[in-house]
Design a protein around this ligand. Structure first.
Ligand code: ADP
Ligand code: MG
Length: 729
């Protein structure tokens, strides 16, 4: 065995095989450890350079190194990259043909292959084990090792069988690597791999250049657009929970002038690859994606990562935010939080086993604590991964930059610690809270905890208050989680000292997101369907509409329809562009009627000191759908309506509905070429007059009016479109 003894010799190899001049972080000690045949456990943040920790030893050691990785999709990519360095790496997974497998086996047995990437499913196959038994294996690397643990966020059942599989290959050194592992998950991994004695290399998880912020999920689209306007032209990722949401937000951003592309597993592979490449090549600035995006993506200058929806776990959150600022420069991590999202996530788990559901719930609860906590975000994240951060103010998270009001929490922490001690340090948060508050539930009863001195000593404070106190006591290390028993809280040494000799402790109140209303359920089609508009302004606009209608001798609805006025009374447009962005308005109407309305709104805004939304108008993408654009173009070219309907497989009725929608959104359409064919001038005039004098544009009323008795519905609809186009748009 050739082991690089000298420090310099290892560096020479590094340069020779990979072209790098120096090691990063603790890569070198990790590599020496595995080279000397010891089991090694590496916890290093994303992007820190874990791959090199097994790739270089693989090149130095005699034989073939097996790399177990869960990401079949990325295996080829990694192997290609190594091949480009002139390194003989191969992969073995279900995508290979019989012939390719035969060739691979031959090469491996001949001893020329240095690294073999395998999926755990493939390693599980007897024929593959039998083949590997014939190969000289140098060591086994287990990448993304957190997949072993069912307490973590990315559990893969087949990972738990890895130890049994590699044991069949003989006594081999193992190096396990992961970017996320809470202390509990770490212990679980080591136990499962039977490598409790392994040397653990834990790098700091602190990403100094990342700024963490949590905001209530309220008017989220508007907040997002405002945020993106402030970071225009920069690269960023926006994570959403569902494919549907991804599509919707990507479209929203495009309509609002951002270069954005969607990415999710439901897209055509070609499109997916193109969108990813466009992002890497900076053809688009923003990728809107599900968490399918990002693994293995190595773009150094991602300037922000936005979580539009709440992620499933802090592990996932940390990995996803970790993709920001890999070059060490600015990286903003913004999460929109609502309790409702947690409920939705919980529902997704309903088909899982009881154990899986419980684990998922624990992860979600940590997410909730993180979002609502007043404590430094950085401190919380690092604490979660078993690292203590003790700076008073990190200067780069919302809770440090805008600290919440503090109060003297000395007595409260005492109460919390006493509750833990008096219950024998065998219970979790909820039970401690019940004991403190004197709530006699079945646990309190069965353990007789109503007899404890601390029982019911919680005063007037509510359950949320006491939960927050206990969580802060945890983060400030007066309490700790029992690693063996999930949920159980124990006193730390620091906690014991504090109880013997209390010193002042400051705490803060949690964020209260409960009063925030979500705008998520409001459809883009009718942005003003909730009655949240400014009623006073709405009345003023309605009066103005009446005046204008009278002057122009038109029915009021021709000027603007009610939903448009409601929206104006919500977003306070004060420029022509903003007004045109209102649903049902468009530039045509702005030119015709806009001036007076803008004046009224401007005056109202000035008098009432209202912050206008002028830079955050969220344009709805409804009217820009491909089919609508197609219809507008065809009508411009005077194509027969029947023909248009046919080419889009629409019924004539459906086509008319589309045209009406276009028209009601403020676009002028000229259907004369068609109408002149089906209705003579006199009849046209008759229907036209009806609408001019009618109080409403209701089709039903038009049909019921005796003056229109001779016309069918189609004719009336066509004339209504003509009328609205000429007068309203
Ligand atoms: P991880 O698996 O920890 O997320 P990777 O192994 O993919 O990270 O490495 C991230 C990036 O760092 C890669 O582009 C890799 O080439 C680079 N890298 C790793 N080690 C070094 C080094 N010693 N010097 C320079 N670049 C390195
Ligand atoms: Mg990696």
């Amino acid at each position: 065995m050739i082991v690089a003894e000298e420090k310099d010799e290892l560096k020479v190899k590094l340069k020779e095989f990979f072209g790098y001049t120096s090691f990063r972080g603790n890569q070198e000690s990790v590599i020496r450890n595995i080279l000397s045949g010891k089991n090694t456990f590496v916890i290093m943040p994303t992007g820190a350079g874990k791959s090199l920790c097994y790739q270089l030893p693989a090149m130095i050691k005699e034989g073939l190194a097996i790399v177990i990785s869960p990401l079949i999709a990325l295996m080829k990519n990694q192997v290609d990259q190594l091949n480009a360095y002139g390194i003989h790496a191969r992969f073995l997974n279900s995508t290979l043909s019989k012939a390719e497998i035969t060739r691979l086996k031959k090469d491996a047995i001949n001893g020329t292959v240095k690294l073999l990437y395998v999926a755990p499913e493939s390693l599980n196959k007897e024929e593959n084990i039998a083949f590997l038994q014939k190969v000289k294996v140098s060591f086994v690397a287990i990448d993304e090792a957190h997949c072993i643990s069912e307490w973590g966020h990315d559990f893969r059942p087949e990972y738990r069988k890895i130890k049994t599989m590699i044991a069949q290959l003989g006594q081999l050194p193992v190096i396990a690597l992961t970017a996320t592992a809470t202390p509990k998950v770490q212990l679980d991994i080591q136990k499962n791999l039977q490598m409790e004695e392994a040397d653990v290399f834990l790098s700091s998880f602190n990403r100094k250049n990342l700024y963490y912020e949590v905001r209530p999920k309220k008017e989220t689209k508007k907040q997002l657009i405002r945020f993106l306007k402030d970071h225009k032209g920069k690269s960023g990722i926006i994570y959403c929970l569902s494919r549907k949401k991804v599509e919707e937000i990507a479209q929203l951003l495009n309509v609002n002038g951002f270069k954005a592309a969607p990415y999710h597993a439901g897209l055509d592979p070609d499109v997916r690859v193109k969108n990813q490449d466009d992002f890497l090549n900076e053809e688009v600035d923003v990728v809107v994606a599900t968490i399918a995006f990002g693994m293995g993506i190595d773009k150094p200058d991602v300037r922000f990562v936005v979580h539009y929806d709440v992620p499933k776990s802090l592990e996932g959150y940390y990995q996803e935010t970790g993709r920001a600022g890999r070059d060490g420069l600015e990286g903003i991590c913004l999460m929109f939080y609502s309790h409702n999202d947690l409920n939705k996530l919980e529902k997704f788990n309903k088909d899982k086993t009881v154990q899986e559901r419980e684990n998922a719930r624990v992860l979600l609860q940590e997410m909730e604590y993180y979002a609502e906590s007043p404590v430094c975000r950085r401190r919380q994240l690092l604490h979660y991964f078993g690292e203590e951060y003790t700076e008073q103010n990190c200067g780069a998270c919302d809770n440090c930059v805008n600290p919440r009001e503090r109060f003297d929490g000395t007595a409260a922490v005492q109460t919390a610690l006493l509750a833990a001690r008096q219950t024998g340090e065998r219970f979790g948060l909820n039970h401690l809270v019940n004991v403190i508050r004197g709530i006699e539930d079945e646990y309190v009863k069965s353990y007789g905890h109503f007899d404890l001195a601390i029982y019911g000593k919680g005063g007037d404070e509510d359950g949320d208050y006491w939960k927050s106190v206990i969580r802060q006591a945890l983060i400030y290390q007066y309490l700790e989680k029992d690693i063996e028993n999930i949920g159980v809280l124990k006193l730390t040494e620091k906690g014991r000292k504090f109880l013997n000799k209390p010193h002042p402790i400051e705490l803060a109140r949690d964020h209260d997101y409960t009063t925030d209303i979500e705008d998520e359920e409001v459809s883009t089609e009718k942005p003003s369907s909730s009655k949240s508009y400014d009623e006073k302004l709405f009345e003023m606009l309605k009066n103005l509409r009446k005046q204008v209608a009278r002057q122009k001798n038109l029915p009021p609805y021709v000027i603007f329809q009610d939903p448009s006025l409601e929206e104006m009374a919500t977003t306070y447009p004060t420029t022509r562009e903003d007004l045109a962005a209102i649903n049902g308005v468009g530039m045509g109407k702005v030119n015709k009627f806009g001036k007076e309305f803008l004046e009224v709104i401007q005056k109202y805004v000035d008098e009432n000191d209202i912050e206008t939304a002028s830079d955050v108008i969220v344009k709805s993408s409804v009217n820009k759908s491909k089919i609508k654009i197609f219809i507008i173009q065809q009508i411009d070219r005077k194509v027969d309506l029947e023909e248009i309907a046919e080419s889009k497989s629409l019924t004539f009725d459906e086509l008319l509905t589309e045209i009406e929608n276009i028209c009601y959104s403020g676009t002028k359409l000229n259907l004369d070429y068609y109408i002149d064919e089906v209705l003579d001038e006199h009849k046209q005039g008759q229907i036209f007059d009806y609408f001019l004098n009618s109080e409403t544009d209701s089709l039903e009323e038009a049909m019921n009016d005796e003056n229109n008795a001779e016309f069918n519905e189609e004719e009336i609809r066509l004339m209504r479109i003509k009328f609205l186009s000429e007068y309203a748009n």
